[in-house]
Design a protein around this ligand. Structure first.
Ligand code: FES
Ligand code: FES
Length: 168
C-alpha cells in the first residue's frame, strides 16, 4: 500500500490493526497530532485526509491507501507558519497547546465544509451561502475540546483568518 503524509510517501504499518493516530505518532514519529481520549470524543487527533478533517484515533492507517494525509507538521511552509498558526499565537488561542494541532487542522477542514455548503446544526438557510459567524464557528468546532478554556481565542483566531479572507 502507499501512504502519503505531508506530501511524502511514508512507510505503511506492518500491523493492519494500528490506528492512523498511533501510526503517525509511534510509527512515523509525527507527534504533533495528539492523543487525548483515543475514542472520538475530544478532537485532539484531528488530521486532514484529502482536505477533509477526520479523527485519526478512530481510523485504521491501512484505510488510507493512496490518500493524502496532512498533519500539523505539514502546514507551515518555507515562508513561515500557516496563517492559522500565526493567528492562534496572535489571538491567544492556546495555553498548554495540547489541543492546538487538532484545532487548527479541524478549522481548515471546517472552512472547506462551509465553502462546500455543508450546513451545521445552527445554519438557518440550508440552500444559501454559509457565513462563518461566531455561532457557526462555535458549533462547527464543538468537537474539538480545549481543557484550558481557550475557546474565545480559538474562535477569534479562526474568524481573523478564515472569515476575513486569508486563504486556508
Ligand atoms: S484522541 Fe481522537 S477524538 Fe480524542
Ligand atoms: S490549549 Fe490546553 S487543552 Fe487547549
Amino acid at each position: 500500500m502507499s501512504l502519503f503524509v505531508n506530501g511524502a510517501q511514508v512507510p505503511a504499518p506492518t500491523d493492519p490493526r494500528v490506528s492512523l493516530l498511533d501510526h503517525l505518532r509511534e510509527g512515523l514519529h509525527l507527534t504533533g497530532t495528539k492523543k487525548g481520549c483515543n475514542q472520538g470524543a475530544c478532537g485532539a487527533c484531528t488530521v486532514l485526509v484529502d482536505g477533509e478533517r477526520i479523527l485519526s484515533c478512530l481510523a485504521l492507517a491501512v484505510q488510507f491507501d493512496g490518500r493524502q494525509i496532512t498533519t500539523i507538521e505539514g502546514l507551515a511552509s518555507e515562508e513561515g507558519l500557516h496563517p492559522l498558526q500565526a493567528a492562534f499565537i496572535e489571538h491567544d488561542g492556546f495555553q498548554c497547546g495540547y489541543c492546538t494541532p487538532g484545532q487548527i487542522c479541524s478549522a481548515i477542514g471546517m472552512a472547506a465544509e462551509a465553502q462546500r455548503g455543508v450546513p451545521s446544526h445552527v445554519t438557518d438557510d440550508l440552500g444559501g451561502t454559509i457565513t462563518l459567524t461566531r455561532e457557526e464557528i462555535q458549533e462547527r468546532m464543538s468537537g474539538n475540546l480545549c481543557r484550558c478554556g481557550a475557546h474565545n481565542g480559538i474562535v477569534e483566531a479562526i474568524q481573523a483568518v478564515l472569515v476575513e479572507g486569508v486563504p486556508a
